[in-house]
Write a protein that binds this ligand. Structure first.
Ligand SMILES: [Zn+2]
Length: 208
């Protein structure tokens, strides 16, 4: 507790950031109020603006200010391929390889039962509805009339990423979807965001 309710409130708010505990939060609050009030206002305005304007792309679930993000709206992309990634950072890593011209689906997370993250907490149902749309009578479209013909699983090669890929693969294969996984070569336990471009590009070409 400090001598200021406002300072305590700011410290509490900063603790909402991932990985920030009580001491770091207090340090940040002191720094902003003592040394960088313009910076503090900039953060406040940027947060308010982002929270008010950023939403999920209706097609791929990534964060965007549009209803449909620029990747999904790009007519040059191959709409028959859908690459499933955990985060926008993973999508950016794949994009940097320039080896993939299809579309993406961004889960915005991964299955993590120990942390209480189940199928409904990440975009699995949105993904399934996207890949296997239903007709006006509510019946799943047959494989030949679906836009997405191949789903490429590019979740991370961590235990949770593998489990997420497994659950998606089972669900989609049972609906008659062709599912492939990025090839090994990406080191076990690694996150795509930190893997070099050549390795990712090979893993994409050699997918099974
Ligand atoms: Zn999109």
């Amino acid at each position: 507790m400090s001598d200021s309710n406002a300072l305590d409130g700011l410290t509490q708010a900063l603790r909402k950031l991932p990985g920030v505990g009580a001491k770091s939060a207090a340090r940040m609050a002191f720094h902003l109020l003592q040394h960088d009030k313009p910076g503090a206002l900039q953060i406040a305005r940027a947060l308010e603006h982002a929270v008010g304007s950023v939403k999920h792309c209706a097609l791929c679930n990534t964060l965007t200010e549009q209803d449909i993000c620029s990747t999904c709206a790009n007519p040059q992309r191959d709409r028959s391929q859908l690459c499933v990634v955990e985060t926008p950072a993973d999508q950016a890593a794949l994009e940097r390889t320039q080896a993939y011209r299809g579309l993406y689906f961004v889960l915005m997370g991964k299955l993590s039962p120990l942390d209480g993250v189940g199928p409904n907490d990440i975009g699995l149902q949105i993904l399934f509805d996207r890949v296997v749309p239903r007709n006006e009578r509510g019946e799943p479209l047959p494989a030949e009339s679906r836009e997405v013909q191949e789903v490429i699983l590019a979740t991370n090669f961590t235990a949770e990423g593998e489990a997420t890929a497994h659950v998606i693969a089972q669900a989609l294969k049972s609906r008659g979807v062709q599912v492939t996984r990025l090839a090994r070569g990406v080191p076990v336990g690694s996150e795509l965001e930190y893997v070099d471009l050549g390795t990712i590009a090979h893993a994409l070409v050699d997918r099974r």
